[in-house]
Design a protein around this ligand. Structure first.
Ligand SMILES: NC(=O)c1ccc[n+]([C@@H]2O[C@H](COP(=O)([O-])OP(=O)(O)OC[C@H]3O[C@@H](n4cnc5c(N)ncnc54)[C@H](O)[C@@H]3O)[C@@H](O)[C@H]2O)c1
Length: 354
């Protein structure tokens, strides 16, 4: 019976991962969701599992040393899976401070709490691991060819990616210095249900539904590798169970797309699903000034996790993007709650000292 501490479990990937674990392991595991509920943390993302007996929520900031210490006394935690982060590049350009605080100091505070709680005179307790959820953005930007391997140098270029790379180095330091069992996963762009509508795909869907402009940075030809969120969750589960301590694993969909291709794909699917909505179309596309320091291309070589752990993505882009668009169309209340800011209220109603 393992106990998982999932930080950032009310965010996009964290909430999908909590649901993934519960679907797979059911009542054989305990899950503690540690989230301080920033603007990106939405308790509604886990509304359906809020009353599960082995699911616990704690409203804690990962920079809060004493709250984490208390948590580790309350629960015998086996795995920390650290999703909690400030995650939006544009916000990091406007206001980097929160990124330094949560992504660097928060990761340090979690590492130190884990070290102090898990270390004994005989070494670390068995069946313990710290999994850092990182990003391909720590490797910087690529030209037209090539892709990042786990041995590519860290060359982050935005405050967001620099803060994530700093966190990765701290995790590595805790492994090298103290032998703390850790893994770092570096994944490409995720898409799927429950993503905050400031990110490209849900933003385009939401704006299409409202008949608003679809802003495209620069020439729209920046390239990202895309992975369906459920496939990311499967990869993390494998890394927790099979990943060798101290190892880094790249995770990617081998699915490179230009931003403009993504936008056109979403428009095509929505127009097909809502044939009566005459005002949804490519006329909504509006090219705007490029993002400062906009990385041109990311591409990831994930052959290590494929060969060593037997992972492969199960959802192709056409299937995943169709499912994703359908989900947002079927969950317009969710979109409305998020865009209106209503979702903050739900926490107060749902939180009963759980
Ligand atoms: N979204 C992607 O495409 C992607 C790709 C690769 C890696 N990642 C990484 O995966 C992780 C999750 O990304 P996401 O897109 O789900 O992010 P998100 O912004 O949707 O969610 C972040 C969550 O962390 C919580 N949080 C923020 N600061 C906190 C703090 N100080 N203490 C406790 N909780 C805090 C927020 O309330 C929110 O619930 C991040 O670490 C991100 O760097 C994301």
């Amino acid at each position: 019976m393992h106990t998982y501490c999932i930080t950032g479990g009310c965010g996009f990937i964290g909430s999908n991962f909590v649901r993934y674990l519960l679907n797979k392991y059911g009542s054989n595991i305990t899950i503690i969701n540690v989230d301080c509920l920033t603007y990106a943390g939405n308790p509604l993302n886990l509304k359906d599992i809020w009353d599960e007996p082995r699911y616990f929520f704690r409203k804690i900031d990962i920079c809060d040393k004493s709250a984490l210490k208390k948590l580790f006394k309350e629960f015998d935690i086996n795995y920390i899976v650290n999703f909690a982060a400030e995650s939006h590049v544009d916000r990091s350009i406007q206001n980097p401070e929160a990124f330094v605080s949560t992504n660097i100091t928060g990761t340090y505070t979690l590492l130190e709490t884990a070290r102090q709680s898990w270390e004994t005179e005989q070494g670390f307790l068995p069946e313990r691991k710290f999994i850092q959820i990182s990003t391909d953005e720590v490797y910087g930007s690529l030209g037209k060819t090539g892709c990042f391997t786990e041995n590519s140098p860290l060359a982050p270029r935005s405050p967001y990616s620099a803060s994530k790379a700093s966190a990765d180095l701290l995790v590595k330091a805790y492994s090298d210095t103290y032998n703390l069992p850790v893994n770092i996963t570096r994944c490409s762009n995720n898409y799927g249900p429950y993503q905050f509508p400031e990110k490209l795909i849900p933003l385009v869907i939401n704006n299409c539904l409202n008949g608003s402009e679809l802003p495209v940075y620069g020439d729209g030809k920046n390239i990202r590798d895309w992975l369906y969120v459920e496939d990311h969750c499967g990869a993390i589960d494998l890394v927790i169970n099979k990943g060798l301590p101290g190892e880094v694993y790249n995770i990617g969909g081998q699915c490179e797309k230009q931003n403009i291709e993504i936008i056109k794909a979403v428009i095509r699917i929505i127009s097909g699903l809502l044939p009566d909505s005459k005002n949804i179309g490519e006329v909504l596309i509006k090219y705007v000034n490029d993002r400062k320091g906009h990385d041109r291309r990311y591409a990831i070589d994930s052959s290590k996790i494929r060969k060593e752990l037997g992972w492969y993505p199960q959802t192709g882009f056409e299937e995943g993007i169709l499912e994703t668009v359908k989900w947002y169309l079927d969950n317009r209340d969710w979109l409305l709650d998020v865009t209106s800011g209503q979702y903050n209220e739900y926490y107060k109603q749902m939180y009963k000292g759980k």
